[in-house]
Design a protein around this ligand. Structure first.
Ligand SMILES: Cc1cc2nc3c(=O)[nH]c(=O)nc-3n(C[C@H](O)[C@H](O)[C@H](O)COP(=O)(O)O)c2cc1C
Length: 194
């Protein structure tokens, strides 16, 4: 599969088989992430690979955040929320959390650090696709919650930018849908064109 084809045929796949994914493939996916462009070579990414019961780290965090949001911190509510979180974290055999740890160098622009990690995630999604695996990049408010940072030992200035739920596809990809590029493009060939 060439890059052009990978870009156009990659689709988010929310339903994957429970079968394990080989360690070498996971390492290849992560390494693809590290080849993303990054300004001043800060390499601001951090990857958390969760498999088996390791997914409880995410499940418990999702549960705790849900319980905290509901304002009900009774033991029963927390147990129920954690179970709900666990169910979410167990939707795929592998979940990779991708976080940004922005450089503390004052010359580095924080927004660019986020950009580099988003680019890393896209690299990973394309690599996943090329390997015949499927994935969906999930976020949502809990992803950015401070309890999520605590669960993964991230500092307050760091941020989890998404969880890639990975496995062997167990669904047909939906039809890809995009507006024509022309509708998003301004060609400034002459000063009078705008
Ligand atoms: C920053 C970001 C966050 C996303 N979060 C979610 C999510 O929480 N749940 C989900 O089902 N898909 C999520 N997606 C995937 C998009 O829904 C998906 O890319 C979009 O529907 C286009 O489909 P495609 O990826 O198959 O082209 C996210 C994508 C991005 C870029």
């Amino acid at each position: 599969m060439n890059v052009s084809e990978a870009i156009r045929t990659r689709r988010s796949l929310g339903k994957v088989k429970p079968d394990a994914v080989a360690q070498e493939l996971l390492e290849q996916i992560i390494e693809a992430g590290t080849w993303a462009p990054n300004h001043k070579l800060t390499e601001p990414w951090k990857f958390f690979v969760m498999q088996g019961e390791g997914r409880d780290v995410l499940g418990n965090a999702l549960g705790d955040i849900q319980a905290a949001g509901a304002g009900d911190t009774s033991e029963d509510a927390v147990v129920a929320a954690r179970e709900s979180g666990r169910t979410k974290a167990y939707r795929s055999p592998v979940v990779i959390g991708v976080a940004v740890e922005p450089s503390t160098d004052p010359k580095v622009i924080e927004l660019e650090e986020y950009g580099a990690v988003f680019a890393a995630i896209q690299n990973m999604l394309l690599q996943i696709h090329e390997l015949g695996l499927g994935a969906v990049w999930r976020t949502g408010e809990p992803c950015f919650h401070n309890l999520m940072n605590e669960a993964f030992g991230l500092n307050p200035q760091d941020k989890m930018l998404g969880f890639l739920y990975i496995g062997y596809p167990d669904m047909e990809p939906k039809q890809g849908k995009r507006q024509p590029a022309a509708s998003k493009t301004v060609w400034l060939n002459r000063a009078a064109d705008l």
